[in-house]
Design a protein around this ligand. Sequence first.
Ligand code: ADP
Ligand code: MG
Length: 338
Amino acid sequence: MSDLAIETSGLIKTFGDTRAVDGIDLRVPTGAVYGVLGPNGAGKTTAVRMLATLLRPDGGEARVFGHDVLREADAVRSRVSLTGQYASVDEDLTGHENLVLLARLLGHRKPAANDRATQLLEAFGLTDAADRQVKNYSGGMRRRVDIAASILNTPDLLFLDEPTTGLDPRSRSQIWDIVRAVVAHGTTVLLTTQYLEEADRLAGRIAVIDHGKVIAEGTPGELKASVGAGAVHVRLRDSWQRAEAREVLERALGTPVQVEADPSALTARILDGEARLGSAEQASRALAELAEAGIAVDDFSLGRPSLDEVFLALTGHVTEPTDDNDDERPTTAKEAAL
Ligand SMILES: Nc1ncnc2c1ncn2[C@@H]1O[C@H](COP(=O)(O)OP(=O)(O)O)[C@@H](O)[C@H]1O
Ligand SMILES: [Mg+2]
């Protein structure tokens, strides 16, 4: 038995001239969130669909809990569940009716289906909305009911394909709590996202993908460490000292210092380099020099680089989250049946 939830090698899917997935190697450990991070069109949904046995790979191999997605598709299907941007909930039914119906389809008897629906609606903060039609739900409620539907039977591996794209910050953090709870119950989650912050917060490891290829892989910390040491933010007690503070910091850190909109705030990038000290030492030396120059500091912080900076450094372009939903392409009968 494999201790990996997912293992792929050289996985390929082409659509005409588009190499949507172009030789992906992944090793996803069990028991955590694995983030697949990439911009719109990177190949995330295509990869997930192959892993969930909904789409036939054109090349390479993929195993889920050791089962080949082509030769042992039934074994894979028995252990996974997929939440797309639009899952199979019925708009005209209430949240409760949807979950009961889907639980009945999974073979639960009526009282058990009813209990499970009630329990999940409660856990997902949807009790008050349980008897409203899903078409009247907000985007965030809709995503929550989608996820609830996909974990009626607790899967060993849950695919969450951009579960928070287009949601407001509050709905997004509700989904994050749900994801954490699902993992705490022992499910491995493969989460695709365009949001660097989301992968950073939830995932134990992240694969960054672009144009169908994995361009970086590691823990969030490793990915950030690969681009540089971060930045120091300083707020002065007296804003009239800012010009002088800027000179002191530029000399101490050897990097250009940015002035912020706040007239007493400054930000300086800290560079990595063999001859250089660690970022904490560099920052504390810079602060000592400010003190020596008689410049009082009210507040400072040392930030690691954001994953946005990581993405920019790796790809030369920034990610542009979009709310497009490309996930409703018809799947051919052959693909669906494998
Ligand atoms: N069924 C399809 N037919 C044609 N092209 C497709 C199809 N599915 C995906 N693509 C293309 O493959 C690439 C990857 O798409 P997708 O996997 O949906 O990316 P993501 O989910 O990361 O946004 C895109 O260029 C997309 O237009
Ligand atoms: Mg997608």
